[in-house]
Ligand binder design. Structure first.
Ligand code: GTP
Ligand code: MG
Length: 346
């Protein structure tokens, strides 16, 4: 066995200087919290130093990345034969002990799920007690419907439940407002300075950077020992939408978005984190009856999200949240208001 440390340098293909600087930090396997055996790409059969380097360059920064890759992908990026690729993938899979869990184990894991509550009882009830850790909750709706406000509220309220909880806010639209955090923290009776300190904000400059930041969250858990309970991606789709314009690029966009969603799902699942992503709506010309809008990102985002909330503006400044997709909850609605000091009931 080589050294227990994963010494992989990430070299993603991004332009900004600041991003490049950030990317030079070492990426480690995020699996230590989960009791998964720690091995490196170098330990895999058929992977010499040169191949490991190539795979790393192609973004296979940890075992999970290799384990869930297809052999074709490894052939292309690692320059190995098809047979070796299959061998590498199988070895990565067995190293990660990926397979079936008993219903009992699964139930036990469910017991670890934390339900993050907002001030609005109606929303908490809608969500079956709160926003679940270990899952992705997607919130979509028109501009000003409250997606960002709920993100801010989650970043604060997780700390109300657990004083050590840390929230990560990936801001793609420049709409994170510490002033709102201050108001929400005061409304929740929390120490304002401490609350601000326990929210880590990063601005994502493009979709590559956004994806890189998600990988860095794994680092923060492992290296800095932070108890990250919520990761907010606001908005999930804006960069993807802006960068891939036109019909011809749709497949490429969806492929990349799919990869991003799976990275988020893995982050949520392996670290028991509540991932909250916001999404815009776009006009759906095919819809003649009912609401003529649909979420951006299509079925890729919809399928990867465990919970989906549709927000709309109600009468007299109220908001309505509709739970439209959840594994074990009925479809229902909750009305709420965005107040100075929190997301509250009417
Ligand atoms: P887009 O990102 O534009 O798609 O919208 P969004 O869904 O993220 O909307 P956002 O969460 O930013 O909600 C904006 C709305 O929140 C505003 O229209 C206000 O109604 C409300 N809001 C924002 N700040 C305050 C505040 O300080 N006090 C109160 N009472 N309401 C606020
Ligand atoms: Mg917003």
């Amino acid at each position: 066995m080589k050294s227990q440390e994963v010494v992989l340098k990430m070299k993603p293909n991004i332009k900004e200087q600041s991003v490049e600087e950030q990317s030079s930090s070492k990426t480690k396997d995020v699996s230590s919290n989960t009791g998964v055996k720690e091995v490196t790409l170098h330990d895999l059969p058929g992977v010499g130093a040169a191949t490991a380097e190539k795979l790393e360059m192609a973004g296979y920064s940890d075992m999970m990345g290799v384990a869930v890759a297809t052999s074709g992908e490894l052939v292309e990026s690692g320059g190995v034969t098809e047979a070796t690729a299959r061998k590498i993938i199988n070895a990565a899979r067995s190293a990660l002990d990926m397979g079936f869990e008993s219903g009992q184990d699964f139930l036990k894991k469910r017991e670890d799920v934390i339900k993050l509550k907002l001030k609005s009882e109606a929303i908490n009830e809608l969500m079956g007690g709160g926003f679940e850790t270990g899952a992705i909750t997607e919130c979509f709706g028109e501009y000003g419907s409250g997606k960002t406000q709920i993100g801010h509220a989650l970043a604060v309220m997780c700390q109300k439940q657990d004083p050590d909880a840390v929230a990560v806010y990936i801001d793609t639209e420049g709409t994170f407002r510490p002033e709102r955090i201050v108001q929400f923290a005061q409304g929740a009776g929390l120490d304002v300075e401490k609350t601000l300190k326990q929210i880590r904000v990063a601005k994502a400059y493009n979709s590559d950077h956004q994806m890189l930041l998600v990988e860095k969250v794994g680092d923060m858990i492992k290296k800095d020992g932070l108890k990250i309970q919520v990761v907010i991606v606001d908005s999930l789709t804006s960069h993807f939408r802006a960068e891939f314009i036109g019909r011809g690029t749709l497949a490429e966009r969806q492929q990349k978005l799919n990869k991003h969603m799976h990275a988020l799902l893995k982050l949520a699942d392996m670290n028991n984190i509540c991932v909250y992503v916001t999404n815009q709506v776009q006009a759906d010309p095919a819809q003649f009856f009912g609401d003529p809008t649909k979420a951006v990102g299509g079925h890729i985002v919809a399928h990867a999200s465990t919970f989906r909330i549709y927000l709309r503006k109600g009468k007299k400044g109220t908001r309505v949240a509709k739970l439209i997709d959840a594994p074990n909850l009925a479809e229902s609605e909750a009305a709420f208001v965005i107040a100075e000091d929190g997301i509250k009931d009417l």
